[in-house]
Design a protein. Structure first.
Length: 400
């Protein structure tokens, strides 16, 4: 049965994104410029976003993304076209923008299935300067962004849900059925901030994660802080950190499928030694995973994250990382990202740190940032500087 969210739901959604999520949970300001990056299949939310921006007195630049063009590009593009980078256009775009709101939506999750993973990765590599420019501006406190999800029939089908069930997950996760969704978001963010502050007060040197198929140690030190509650993603209930990639040891498996580069990858297992992936496997599309890991520094950890079930109302697989990495369910979730670290995990001003210093501190740098998720029950122990062991997370809940 077809389903369409009400105008009130869409307007509430746009209100959360425009007047809360961007600008570090403070919303857009009059005169600022925001890019609205919206796929064709999510047009109804574009209209609500435009309305919210105009009411705020700000300006929008629309980046409307047509459906079904990516596969043709990769099938027909020659090497020089794969590697083309529109430097002048993207440089001016980064200079112009204060914020961006990107909507994730598709009518074909597997559009690039069968396309050479090498081609896809080479295309991503060619756009790395664009990623670097945005990160530099963000680290200087002059740019913010957020992501949100717009459900389609195909996305719901991929997740094994009806479209109404799929949208119900979006609505309850983002508080869109409440009279004042932003008020509830501020309450949730307050709890995320509390947990984050508690973790930052602990002199942690290592984190050990143990569960079925997992015994992994992540390195933490005084040169990094826990993050959360920034409004970057809607929804976002996670508390996360960019660890010292060099201290990653052990093995981990992920029960949630990964959608990446137009492919569904299932049954991922990774083993780390001295910070690098030394063994990897997947039950499906391992060639895509393997090609990704072969990208420069994509064999190293850039993020570690936990979600508390008392915050997240997401209890269904959504076949979309934005929601799956915030999964609540019975035991919450853990996820790690292979690839690029978040520079704002540095305790003081990240704009003052040189590229050489980032490398010295163990902050990973890569064109890749791929989140992999496990919802299996786990126990997470913080190993403190005096070698005290403190259980900080069990049965899907923080214990601090």
């Amino acid at each position: 049965m077809s389903y369409t969210p009400t105008q009130k739901i869409l307007d509430n959604y746009a209100d959360v994104l425009v007047n809360f999520a961007i600008n570090g949970c403070n919303g857009i300001k009059k005169g600022e410029v925001v890019s609205l990056e919206v796929p064709e299949c999510a047009k109804p939310i574009l209209l609500s976003l435009q309305k919210a921006v105009l009411k705020s007195g700000a300006h929008y630049i629309t980046h409307y993304l047509p459906e079904g063009t990516s596969r043709q590009f990769f099938e027909l593009a020659q090497e020089h076209q794969i590697n083309f980078f529109p430097e002048k256009y993207l440089r001016s775009k980064v200079d112009q923008l204060d914020h961006s709101i990107s909507i994730l939506s598709t009518t074909n999750h597997k559009e690039l299935e069968g396309i050479s993973p090498e081609k896809i990765m080479n295309r991503s590599k060619s756009f790395k300067p664009y990623k670097d420019w945005r990160e530099e501006k963000e680290n200087n406190g002059k740019y913010t962004w957020t992501l949100a999800l717009y459900g389609t029939e195909e996305m719901a089908k991929e997740a094994g849900l009806s479209l109404k069930e799929y949208w119900n997950q979006i609505i309850k996760a983002c508080y869109l059925d409440l009279s004042d969704p932003i008020l509830q978001w501020r309450k949730s963010i307050k709890e995320v901030e509390r947990v984050k502050d508690k973790l930052n007060d602990l002199p942690i040197q290592d984190i050990r994660i143990k569960s079925q198929g997992t015994d992994l140690t992540i390195g933490i030190d005084k040169y990094r802080k826990w993050l959360g509650g920034s409004g970057r993603n809607i929804p976002s209930f996670e508390v996360f950190i960019s660890p010292d990639w060099r201290k990653t040891e052990g093995f981990i498996e992920f029960d949630m499928p990964l959608y990446r580069y137009g492919n569904r990858i299932e049954g991922i297992k990774l083993e780390f030694k001295e910070g690098c992936v030394v063994k990897s496997n997947a039950k499906t599309n391992y060639n895509v995973l393997k090609e990704m890991i072969m990208a420069e520094n994509a064999d190293k950890v850039g993020e570690f994250s936990l979600t508390d079930i008392r915050l997240s109302k997401i209890d269904k697989f959504m076949a979309e990382t934005l929601f799956d990495e915030n999964f609540g369910g019975k035991f919450g979730n853990i996820h790690i990202a292979l690839g690029s670290a978040y520079k704002d995990s540095f305790p003081t001003d990240p704009s003052k740190i040189s590229k050489e210093k980032w490398k010295e501190l163990g902050y990973n740098e890569s064109v890749v940032h791929t989140d992999m998720i496990s919802t299996l029950n786990r126990e997470v122990t913080a190993i403190l500087e005096d070698n005290t062991h403190l259980i900080i997370y069990r049965d899907g809940k923080f214990l601090i």
